[in-house]
Write a protein that binds this ligand. Structure first.
Ligand code: COA
Length: 175
């Protein structure tokens, strides 16, 4: 498999499959199921969030490609850029940490091949190089259907439970 990972930018926004329509973390009050006519509005909102966050925080996403095809996406930023994070019981995310809001391998045939771990490692490497102290995420217990995936994935990748919850514990990795 020829694997490449690139920063999430204006130019590759179109590559992130259904995630380009998702504003769950960014604009929780406006989060809706996209119908055809609304899709362009949702992409424009995602693009505005990306541009604002890039300007104020710096790089805030990675896309993983296999053989030139985008197969996964990670998004991360301080929690003030991700207002939905304040709705989680195990929150708020720590002030010294960057929150991984999303980490998703889009295509079923590419899961459990180590690509999610590679994508996560690229996020960790980026944050370390920027001297960020820690990264956190709301993982899910008992179900992998979650924006950033299941708790087992984060435990396997060195995270620990920072603040427990019956369904969405806040996980943390010191960098
Ligand atoms: C969660 C996810 C990002 C992990 O990426 P991945 O490439 O599949 O995971 P890796 O191959 O790097 O897995 C590393 C380890 O994490 C753990 N893990 C990964 N996915 C898991 C799952 N679904 N259940 C339990 N453990 C899991 C395992 O310990 C795994 O090691 P193993 O395969 O040797 O047992 C990916 O599977 C995914 O996106 N799944 C879909 C989740 C979903 O529906 N999200 C909705 C988004 S809106």
């Amino acid at each position: 498999m020829k694997i490449k990972i690139f920063d999430f930018t204006d130019e590759n926004l179109q590559d992130i499959q259904c995630c380009k329509y998702c504003i769950y973390w960014e604009y929780p009050e406006e989060c809706i199921d996209p119908v055809k006519d609304e899709k362009e509005d949702l992409i424009q909102k995602k693009l505005k969030w990306l541009q604002d966050t890039n300007r104020l925080f710096g790089s805030c996403g990675k896309i993983i490609y296999v053989g030139g095809k985008a197969v996964g996406y990670a998004q991360y930023a301080p929690s003030k850029f991700l207002p939905h994070s304040s709705d989680y019981q195990a929150g708020p995310p720590s002030k010294d940490a960057v929150l991984i809001s999303c980490l998703f391998i889009f295509h079923k045939q590419f899961i459990r091949l180590g690509l999610g771990s590679k994508l996560l490692q690229s996020v960790i490497d980026d944050l370390r190089s920027r001297r960020i102290k820690a990264c956190e995420t709301f993982a899910r217990k008992g179900n992998s259907n979650n924006p950033s995936g299941p708790i087992e994935f984060y435990l396997k990748n060195g995270f620990r439970i920072h603040n427990d919850d019956k369904e969405f514990p806040l996980m943390r990795l010191e960098l």
